[in-house]
Write a protein that binds this ligand. Sequence first.
Ligand code: AHG
Ligand code: MN
Ligand code: MN
Length: 334
Amino acid sequence: MANRNQTLGEFIIENQTEFKYSSGELSRLINSIRLAAKVVHHEVSKAGLVDILGAAGDTNIQGEDQQKLDVYANDIFIKTLINREIVCGIASEEEDDFITVKGRNEKNDNKYVVLMDPLDGSSNIDVNVSVGTIFSIYRRVSPEGTPATIEDFLQPGHKQVAAGYIVYGTSTMIVYSTGHGVNGFTLNPAIGTYYLSHPNMQLPEDGNIYSVNEGNYVHFPQGVKNYIKYCQQEEGNRPYTSRYIGSLVSDFHRNLIKGGIYLYPSTSKDPKGKLRLLYECNPIAYLAEQAGGLASDGYGRILDIKPTELHQRVPFYCGSKNMVLKAEEFMQKK
Ligand code: AHG
Ligand code: MN
Ligand code: MN
């Protein structure tokens, strides 16, 4: 029985034996992410003061350059992970190539790699709308004691050992899974502690929200156009409601709680879609499946795709099981 007074720190310790490779290393890794997220939360919450405190590109009072929040978040997560010497490699949407990290005593004996989108939905920062961070964790496939290689990062999503996101919304929350369901923790900013607020999150099998950038409608494949028309038809629990924030984390978070489908299809301009397989789609797909939902590229399971490059893009359909199945049905008819 979930204890709602439980803090994230207590939860990590209590559940670490559940993890099949239990070595405490993954727990320390998640601990580092929760710490970096607090720092980013603090910075995000000041974003509206940027005109008063200085805009990106300006120099602050300490003579340091002010950074854009996505660069700032990237630096904080990378520095926190490197300082704690708990991963052997990091890949980020903000970095051209992956970074290898040495462990304690200059050895390359850490077991995990982290992939991340440090600030998702960054265009929402200027207008005070929720943004997020997405992370994905794999066990390395290269031998311990050697530097991480590209193969450690190009693993199919079903090999993830943990994944999650932080949503910097009206509250800051961390939602993650280590393969035993999905749990959500809300930050009490006054004391800097996360509490288990959403134990065992379940994506409703059906929903009535569809989330898609309809401005791209004319560029969508015919199957997607037909599915959108289906969402809008008057029948049963339809028409569905349209909700699109423009940050995947926030759109997915809402749909996870209420039930719904998120779509970022291929378009005639971007035949591979926009979202990144490794930093965005795989971790969100892992959470969706852990919560009883589905994630597809329109034809098959996202988590089965064997990546070929770090910044690979993929069409993305994710959310309530029956809604994703229906969208796939429309795609496959065409
Ligand atoms: P990022 O800010 O990390 O570049 O990601 C933005 C992504 C995703 O969060 C969002 O759902 C999508 O781009 C929005 O794209 P459109 O503006 O094309 O709808
Ligand atoms: Mn993103
Ligand atoms: Mn980003």
